[in-house]
Design a protein around this ligand. Sequence first.
Ligand code: GLU
Length: 507
Amino acid sequence: MGSNVRVRFAPSPTGPLHIGGVRTALYNYLFAKKHGGDFLLRIEDTDQTRFVPGAEKYIVESLAWCGISPDEGIGGEDRGNGPYRQSERKAMYREYAERLLASDKAYIAFDSADELDVMRQMAKEAGAANWQYNYITRGNMKNSLTLPKEEVEAKMAAGEPYVVRIKLPRDHEVRFEDNIRGWVSVNTNNMDDKVLFKADGMPTYHLANIVDDHLMGITHVIRGEEWLPSAPLHVMLYEAFEWSCPEFAHLPLLLKPDGPGKLSKRDGDRLGFPVFPIDWKNEQTGESANGYREFGFYPDAFINMLALLGWNPGTEQEIFDLAELITAFDLSKVSKSGAKFDFEKGKWFNQNYLRGLSQNQLASELKRELDNSGLTYKEEFLGKIASMMSERATFSKDLMTEGMFLFQAPVEYDEKTRKKKWRQESAQMMQDLVNRFVDLKDFTEGPVEEAFKNYLSENDLGFGKVGPSFRLAVTGKGMGPSMFVICEVLGKEEVIERIKKAIRVLG
Ligand code: GLU
């Protein structure tokens, strides 16, 4: 494949972009970059009844957060193929519909919605569930194939509403090779003469999509499986225009984690995870949805998770950054069957990514969390705390919440540990420790550990007799990272104060 690869992501701004849509954008992007080609973003907003304000902005922001930047189009450069919003291209589609009319590949139809309903109803009563406007039925309908030319012209002149339909040939096998699904073959006898141009002067998705893909030089159409049934019609449209057809690749669905069917917002609500990249709020309806960004995911981890939902590198490797994904990505390794969504696995990617951060990066993540929460801290310990807590963290916020005892004295003590480990003699032992700590000049990890161990050996005590109560007194918890590091971070005065308080409270 040469460097002339051009792909596009062509969402309709009908609401927030589902993570399945983000994956489609990602695969397009990876494919383009792998082949040194261009990735375009085009907004398909011809269906004005489904237009949702704010949706386009949401799409652009989501892709930017993911690091998927369009080379051309919305959010990218204008390379002379624009506008990249179909509503702004409105005026040019009519000409293409007319071209098909002139070459007898399309016709004008005047049937009203009511008249079509009557036909459907009659067919249903006669036992045919799926009435189609096709090579048989079109002979009985009100269109330019059945009405005299003068009548068609008179109706048009009188402003009667009409649509333009594709005129599919009878009994023609439409065949194309999908990059993922293999050969697809459909007979036109089973297809509908779909509307290409609507009475309101707007093209339908089918016409606008084909015209734009052609004019924008798209070489590969990579999109969700839900568009597979439309692909034969699209192939027929390319033939009708005598244009060369791009290659197709229809991506498998993202499935529910716990059953059959497509992953939906409801599944996310039910199981407690987002199905959108970033938070969404519809300003008009107030409807809102949660996003991965706000949940605390790192974009790289999110992208890593999405990339492997439906594609595999053919090796054991699971951790990829964007550059590695570009190198490894291969359409032929995208699976035909749906990919079960697995939120726990997504968290695992995030945890992995977090553990790969340097101490400085972890420290600044922690600092941000602390600043947002208004907690006070000693700047010089941030690095130490962050790397200590990173072993227990999945998200940046865990660096803080898992180590909350480092920023706030405990207000309660873990009940289980208290019952099992705090004994009658514990208060005295804690007082003994305090007495030893008071004299320590250097309250860093090493000397604290030494003082503690000396206390144990001089009194012939095992670690289990003192350690858990010591932790409970200082942190309120039954488990956690090294107590000696914790002591260093908290400082002598704070540690002593906490132990004294525990003696009072726990007795
Ligand atoms: N506008 C369509 C959508 O919203 C695009 C489908 C395609 O990529 O052809 O998914």
